[in-house]
Design a binder for this molecule. Sequence first.
Ligand code: GYE
Length: 324
Amino acid sequence: MKRRILLGAAIAVSVSLSAGVSFADTPPLAVKDTYRVGFAQMESNNPWRIAETKSFHDTAKSCGWELIATDAAGSAAKQVADVDSMIAQGIDVLFLPPREEKPLLPAVMKAKAAGIPTFLIDRSVDSNIAQAGEHFVAFLGSDFIEQGNRAAEWLIDNFAGEKGVIVELEGTTGSSPANDRKKGFDDRILQDDRFEIVASQTGDFARDLGRQVMETLLQAHPDVNVVYAHNDEMAIGAIQALELAGRKPGVDITVVSIDGTRDALQAIIDGKMGVTVESSPFFGPLACDVMKKYAAGEKIPGWVKVEDRVFTIENAADHIDEAY
Ligand code: GYE
């Protein structure tokens, strides 16, 4: 008990130091045949998350990982606790998709203090406080501002009506993809004065909440004719709400989204969704590659950028078999 308190105090000191005092580089990683690896998943309530976790499991054997995977069930506090327990279990490397930008900072700081190199997977943390090359090795993931931009551009090019009345379904509040997908889309779409965003509300990246929020917003804004969802799960939820209300997605309302799930590609093929900008969940092989390069002493860029495609009626059928 006492030791725990002492440990806790030591960690608290290192966390507070990290805000102002400059740190040395990220901890090194030995070249070995096998690594004890932590993958602290944030939740498993959608196909994207399940595909990502599977990608880590699928990569484990060939990359020599003894994988400890946890599921924080949608709680940032549990995700921090999961990382604590991985540190206690002596992991060599941490792969962390931080649910939100700020609450996961302590996990990044503690891993560094424990001498464990951390790779942020698919989402990032607050870059005013934690930096790549200093507190974590790198962020592996997409350009979310660009994704929002591309969804807006598709709409600008394909919207046939006179006035676009947009409802926006935001991802998890305080998460990097929600922040940046909003910025990327809003900045671009508002340059075209045909469009107006009449409501923007979180659906927490979840299908059911997306459906509920859409139901409510539809009552407040019956003239809505565009839905921009920050991920496919919320877009599918919104389509369900629209259909229940007697609307015809793809006919009297345009739905644009991000991810590239199987259900979204099917909705595109069925004519209910206009576009989904890809955000790939298959991080296992990339994580292996970057980790091995880091162990070998190669310089890793602070952002290992994943290039995304765009799925529309032109190509959705060609890609549905590889979707998740
Ligand atoms: O778009 C979403 C998931 O962080 C890029 O999180 C990821 C996002 C992805 O829950 O579906």
